[in-house]
Design a protein around this ligand. Structure first.
Ligand SMILES: *[C@@H]1O[C@H](CO)[C@@H](O)[C@H](O)[C@H]1NC(C)=O
Ligand SMILES: *[C@@H]1O[C@H](CO)[C@@H](O)[C@H](O)[C@H]1NC(C)=O
Ligand SMILES: *[C@@H]1O[C@H](CO)[C@@H](O)[C@H](O)[C@H]1NC(C)=O
Ligand SMILES: *[C@@H]1O[C@H](CO)[C@@H](O)[C@H](O)[C@H]1NC(C)=O
Length: 827
């Protein structure tokens, strides 16, 4: 579990684009994936010291590449490696000529040149502007040098340099990962100097840009592609010894060259089919910095061509509450292009970007480490602390130590946490624990080498006895939340189990019942004569049963006076009958009975009502109200918002007021469940039913699992979870509370106001949703929130945002939500 926790931290640290900390795979000099023909040199001393022998740790030929003759200080001999694809380079390893003890040559220092097209060469400089890299001190040890900034190139030249005339020989390996973005250059107005009162001036220029700097930057790459994302406070930097504002490129709205917008052009290696663009942007609005208000992009199929007329425009949701820097994802609608021009419009006086990345056809999931790096993970990964090197290892060693310290902290936290929570879980059947574990596993199926220590969460709470450390510091954590305190005093509150519905995957939290303890008297609903249920049609089907629409003869009389049936006129009473297949497993059978038991205890106008049951003989049935309009998701997705236009065509419509009414009803039903301390665990529009008067009732038929299977995330064929509706603590810690139902309510509200036309986070894959969960947990502003639906009043979006607060205590209660929504309806 410890490992899983760490791995989660590791994975979530890598959201975004290339993470230089993890992009350190050997690129094939040592293992031969770089072919001999792709290694060339300006000269060689003998055939046996040709460039093909410049492979790290190999002893072929005379054991290394050596340029001809004695190297002079002014000489510029080079070894050139063609990596055959654009590559993100983060590390270089060099070694001298050992030749089984006979060699004595090595390079004490070298420079690097690189090229993306093989024609124009650029000299690498570190962040302080130095070009010379310190090399080897003996003939055998490998010296690794981190490249800060990293290089994006296809061709690399290593140029040995020497003070005094001497012979040099080299063996090398390059480390990095493929550059899937395909961006080969961008141009942008030069960043500006900011003079914040009371702070040192912040230089927001592109200081590592490798193109030309005349007036504007063009023809190169720089800060926006170096893989270093800026911090929330743009004055702080990741590097030491650089000026403040270093990580950002920033512009002022009223300066020359920016008339309310900043225009940038992006050129790619070839035509690509673009999915999206991610812009990492600062949002420190207290100092006049905000993400852009909108962006418009033009596309060009070839370099020499006109910009296509049709643009893609995207409006962002401006955020005045969270000052964190964040990635803004701009959908690019699968447009094909070789070059892009984008205009970013100011939302405030300053706009600052630290990274821009592109997701295009060839590379639909650049964020997933396995897919991007799998092919490069051969034999060994990047060098670790075991390598016999000198001072270059210190940062790695420190990294390891920090990791160990963190591990200890986690262990301490876990021990404390266990003292509190494990006591509760001990009594729970094994299955729920297994499930938690698989959830954790699922988010870290790719192995990531621990090179950089996991970033500790910023909350800074010391591990405390109850729920400190990584977990939520709320007091509710230790009180079992999920049970009917008031209703079922004779069950142990702490025994929480998982219940399966008809389809075998519903989850409820209920007091545990052993099979023999569940007897007829636990079911308060009355037994209805089976022969009086007359089949009309099939409504749904699941793994373990079916739902039928039936006519119930004599049901009003059966239920008697004050029965909850809506109207008792002469028409036949229609009911929904959920029936368990005769061949269902014993488990499914028990779960079915337990579901009956739960439902028979719920009594609220906005909760689906259990009318009666047939459990004295097989097949087991439960009879509930029939809701004519089906589930809310289906209902809304087939409708348009009411407008003057909708009268013209035949699409049925709903009004904004209807939507608000629906939201109020759901919150009212949830308020009732919360008052019983009942946790629903799967609130979503697909689990709300609509009758012909637009009354909404919360249900969970389990049928939805089949119809809406893409809304659920299957973990190794076992648990099925609605991750797009789940709070971070439910996914990461397996913790389900009323507060996590509140989170799901926020998502449900969002669905309502998008008229269920879109799945939440539709641009993210399931794995990315889980990574995003890690960002919610870390809360460093990199989490992606659902956008504000165009129909949604801003004050309502604020309610949603509050439902998605990281801290449970910051989320509203259902009672509070209900009151707020009611106010909206009245206005
Ligand atoms: C390295 O790049 C610099 C700058 O473009 C250039 O002046 C120099 O000639 C290059 N050297 C080699 C060996 O390519
Ligand atoms: C960027 O600004 C810094 C600090 O003002 C300055 O030293 C550096 O030369 C500038 N870089 C470029 C490329 O203009
Ligand atoms: C781009 O990719 C999408 C999905 O992969 C595809 O539907 C679309 O046709 C592609 N567009 C072009 C112009 O190739
Ligand atoms: C720049 O921002 C300031 C403050 O928001 C605003 O008053 C001004 O009109 C803006 N200028 C331009 C050119 O957009």
């Amino acid at each position: 579990m410890l490992l899983f926790l760490l791995l989660i931290l590791q994975t979530s640290a890598a959201v975004g684009q290339i993470d230089p900390g993890h992009c350190r795979f050997p690129l094939g000099m040592e293992d031969g994936r770089v072919k001999d023909k792709d290694i060339t040199a300006s000269s060689k001393w003998y055939e046996t010291t040709g460039p093909q022998f410049a492979r790290l740790n190999r002893e072929e030929g005379d054991g290394a590449w050596c340029p001809e003759g004695q190297l002079q200080h002014s000489d510029s001999q080079y070894l050139q490696v063609d990596l055959s694809v654009l590559t993100f380079l983060t590390l270089v390893g060099t070694q001298g000529r050992y030749a089984r003890g006979l060699g004595k040559e090595f390079a004490r220092a070298y420079r690097l040149n690189y090229s993306r097209d093989g024609l124009t060469w650029k000299a690498w400089k570190n962040r302080q502007g130095n070009t010379v890299i310190e090399g080897n001190k003996n003939t055998y040890a490998i010296v690794y040098k981190e490249l800060h900034p990293s290089i994006i190139a296809r061709y690399v030249r290593l140029i040995p340099v020497t003070e005094l005339s001497s012979t040099v020989c080299m063996r090398v390996e390059l480390y990095g990962c493929p550059w899937h973005d395909g961006l080969i250059s961008y141009s942008a107005p030069e960043g500006q100097l900011m003079m914040p009162p009371g702070y040192p001036p912040a230089s927001l220029n592109d200081s590592i840009y490798d193109g030309t700097h005349e007036r504007s930057c063009s023809g190169g790459l720089g800060q926006l592609t170096d893989g270093v994302v800026g911090m929330d406070d743009f004055l702080l930097t990741h590097e030491k010894q650089v000026w403040s504002g270093y990580d950002y490129l920033g512009w002022r709205n009223d300066s020359q060259g920016t008339q309310g917008h900043v225009e940038m052009e992006f050129v790619f290696d070839r035509q690509r089919n673009f999915t999206s663009m991610k812009v990492h942007s600062n949002n420190l609005f207290t100092r006049g910095v905000k993400i852009f208000s909108s962006v418009s992009c033009w596309f060009k199929p070839r370099l020499i061509a006109n910009w296509e007329q049709e643009t893609v425009t995207f409006r962002t949701v401006l955020d005045d509450r969270n000052p964190s820097a964040r990635y803004v994802t701009v959908p690019l609608n699968q447009r094909t292009a070789k070059a892009l021009r984008c205009r970013f419009y100011f939302a405030d006086v300053w706009m600052m970007f630290s990274e821009i990345s592109f997701q295009s056809g060839e590379n639909p999931h650049p964020d997933l480490k396995t897919s991007t790096h799998g092919e490069l993970k051969v034999k060994s990964a990047a060098p670790s602390a075991n390598d016999p090197t000198e001072e270059t290892n210190t940062p790695i060693l420190i990294g390891c130590l920090v990791t160990i310290i963190l591990l200890l902290v986690v262990i301490i936290f876990l021990i404390l946490w266990c003292q509190c929570v494990c006591k509760v879980l001990e009594k729970a059947p094994r299955r729920i624990l297994d499930e938690e574990v698989t959830i954790r596993l699922s988010s870290c199926s790719d192995t990531i080498i621990m090179q950089t220590p996991p970033v500790p969460p910023r909350t800074g709470h010391a591990p405390a006895a109850c729920g400190g450390g990584y977990a939520e510091p709320d007091v509710t954590q230790c009180t079992p939340h999920q049970s009917f305190h008031s209703n079922a005093p004779h069950y142990a509150e702490t025994d929480i189990i998982r219940l399966q519905g008809v389809t075998g995957s519903n989850m409820y939290a209920v007091p545990a019942l052993t099979v023999d303890s569940l007897t007829r008297k636990d079911i308060s609903a009355a037994e209805f004569p089976r022969q009086q249920l007359i089949f009309r049609e099939k409504l749904g089907e699941g793994q373990f049963g079916e739902v039928h629409l039936c006519e119930a003869e004599g049901l009003p009389e059966f239920l008697g006076e004050g029965s909850p049936l809506p109207d008792r006129d002469s028409r036949p009473v229609l009911v929904a009958v959920k029936q368990l297949r005769a061949d269902a497993t014993l488990q499914a059978r028990n779960d079915f009975l337990k579901e009956i038991k739960i439902m028979s205890r719920l009594d609220d106008p906005n909760i689906i009502r259990l009318l009666c049951v047939c459990v004295s003989s097989d097949p087991l049935c439960m009879v509930t109200e029939y809701m004519e309009n089906g589930d809310l998701n289906m209902f809304l997705s087939q409708r348009e918002i009411e407008s003057t236009l909708t009268h013209a065509n035949s699409i049925p419509s709903v009004s904004l007021c209807d939507l608000l009414h629906m939201a109020v009803q759901i919150s009212s039903g949830m308020k009732y469940l919360a008052s019983l301390n009942f946790v629903h665990r799967d609130l979503a529009t697909r689990n709300c039913l609509v009758d012909r008067r637009l009354t909404i009732k919360i249900a969970d038929f389990g049928m939805s699992r089949n119809l809406y299977s893409s809304d659920y995330y299957r973990i190794q064929g076992r648990a099925v979870l609605p991750i797009r509706w789940m709070a971070w603590e439910s996914i990461l810690l397996g913790k389900f509370t009323t507060a996590s139902d509140v989170w799901a309510f926020g998502v449900t509200l969002w669905e309502i106001f998008t008229l269920c036309k879109e799945q939440p986070y539709s641009l993210l894959s399931d794995e990315q949703v889980i990574e995003n969960t890690g960002e919610f947990f870390r809360n460093q502003g990199r989490q992606i929130f659902l956008y504000s639906p165009p129909l949604c009043p801003p004050s309502l979006f604020e309610v949603m945002m509050r439902c998605w607060s990281r801290n449970i205590t910051d989320r509203p209660t259902f009672d509070g939500i209900y009151q707020t929504l009611r106010r909206h309806v009245r206005e």
